[in-house]
Structure formats: C-alpha cells, structure tokens
Design a binder for this molecule. Sequence first.
Ligand SMILES: NC(=O)c1ccc[n+]([C@@H]2O[C@H](COP(=O)([O-])OP(=O)(O)OC[C@H]3O[C@@H](n4cnc5c(N)ncnc54)[C@H](OP(=O)(O)O)[C@@H]3O)[C@@H](O)[C@H]2O)c1
Length: 267
Amino acid sequence: MSTYTKVVLVTGGSSGIGQAICKRLAAQGHTVFGTARKPDQQPTGYRLIAMEVTDDASVQRAVDEVLQQAGRIDVLVNNAGLGIQGPAEDITPEQARALFEANVFGPHRVCRAVLPAMRAQGSGLIINISSLAANFGLPYRSFYSASKAALERYTETLSMETAPFGIHVVSLQPGEYRTNIASARLRPASISAPYRKGYERAMEILGGSLHESRDPDEVAVLVQRIMASPRPKSLYRAAHGMQLVSVLLKKLLPGRRFERMVMKHYR
Ligand SMILES: NC(=O)c1ccc[n+]([C@@H]2O[C@H](COP(=O)([O-])OP(=O)(O)OC[C@H]3O[C@@H](n4cnc5c(N)ncnc54)[C@H](OP(=O)(O)O)[C@@H]3O)[C@@H](O)[C@H]2O)c1
C-alpha cells in the first residue's frame, strides 16, 4: 500500500473507539467512511453510512456504497461490537448467539464483502478490534472473552490465507477505554440468587475502575501507526499498567493461580 491518503471503512463509527478512529484519520486527510445502524446525523470530516453487521444485505449495501463513491477500500477497521455481562449459567444460548453475531460473524461478513475488492487491488489492510479480554476468561463476562478469542483465531487464519494477495490482517486488543460499551452490554433477564452477591460486587468493581479508562483516541493513534507500517505485526495491544501485566501473568502463572488472582480482584 502507498503512503498516500487511504480510503478507510470503520464499522461502528458513531461512538467510542470507532468514532475516535474516524475523527483522527479524517483529520489526517484520509477518506473515511464510518458506519452506524441509524446514521441520523452526519459528522464533520467523514461520512456515516448505514450498516447492521448482523445482516448480510446491509453489510453488502454499505460496502458497495463505499466502492461506488471511492472506487476502492484500502483499510477496513472491524470495530463494531457489543459487550455482555451476567453469570454464564444465566446467559441464554440466544443471547450468546446474538453476541457472536455482532462480535464474530459481523466482522466475518464485512471481511467477505471487502476482500474481493482488496484482492483485485492486490493490497489492503484489515484491523480487527478484539480486546485484552480475549486473553483470559473474566468473571461474569464469559461470552465476551469467548467472542473476542474466537475473533483472534479467525484473524490469524485470515491473515495467512490473504497474505498471498498483498493483504495484511491484524488484531488490535484495547484495554479499558471510556466509551458507551457498558450501557450497551447485553444482560440476562434476571440474575439467579446464588450468583447475585458475587455478580453485583464484580460489577461494582468493574464500574469503579472506570476512572482508569482512557481516551479512545489512544487506540486511534495506534491504528494510524499500524496504517503507516509497511509490514504490520499480527497483534497490537493498546493497554497500560496492570491490564497489560495481566496478559503476561496469564502466560507465566499456573492456571488456578491466575484464576485466584482474578477472583481476588473482583471480591
Ligand atoms: N471500550 C473498551 O474499553 C473496549 C475494550 C476492548 C475492546 N473494545 C471493543 O471496541 C469496539 C468498539 O467498542 P466501544 O467501546 O467503542 O463501544 P461503543 O461506544 O458502544 O461503540 C460501539 C459501536 O459499534 C456499533 N455497533 C454495535 N452493534 C452493532 C451492530 N449490530 N451493527 C452495526 N454496528 C454496531 C455502534 O453503532 P450504533 O449503535 O450507532 O449502530 C457503535 O458505533 C468493540 O468491538 C469492543 O468490543 C472496547
């Protein structure tokens, strides 16, 4: 890919990390298309187009629109995603499926729609926004970690399969950033009594750590760096302090010891 300005498609460009990426890249002079399920208001600097990542036709329509307007897609940032909270036992298979639809099959749909154009160009960059939570299970967020871990394995495979066409595929794992993700999390209809105390305490601690959340523009800066790299690495992390150390501890500590350490944090 050249170092000239690029055509970039960012899913979930209406809020949080995706919005920060759109703003920063647009300010750098790139042609940016963000997506939202209901793009009622147009931001300055980039275009918001309609895309529901759980719907094949909606994804294809949005990608066709970008190709029609810009003629190519150099960079895809698969950012749209959801959280989920609740004891694993209380999460219904339907809720888990809905989460995987948004966090795993959604990015897959967008990749499938974008890849023919990237292969024809002989170049492209796909950045899949995963999470630090892909590295380990976290209490009361089972399917979030599971969906992001699935996205990571998918990303690794896609990277190997599309490299011969000049396409780079990258995972980006953010730590905790100040966005709307907590308010949009899927939740069970009710929490079973035996789990209630532990769940409420863990959610209190999770909410209390919000002051440690950082400005999502940090993730946008990293995206900018990845775009500027001629040979991007397979994995990037946007995280600091204990969040980053925990990834290392997960690798070093025996499994049960790591679990006890996590549970101690949430007690
Ligand atoms: N914030 C964090 O601390 C954090 C940490 C690690 C990873 N992440 C990941 O970062 C990504 C962005 O999250 P965020 O924190 O910025 O959350 P956010 O503020 O809630 O933004 C989520 C974005 O995704 C879009 N979206 C959600 N469901 C969608 C669907 N079914 N179809 C199309 N678009 C959909 C939303 O658009 P509309 O609602 O306007 O349609 C919105 O633009 C997610 O993949 C998340 O898992 C976030």
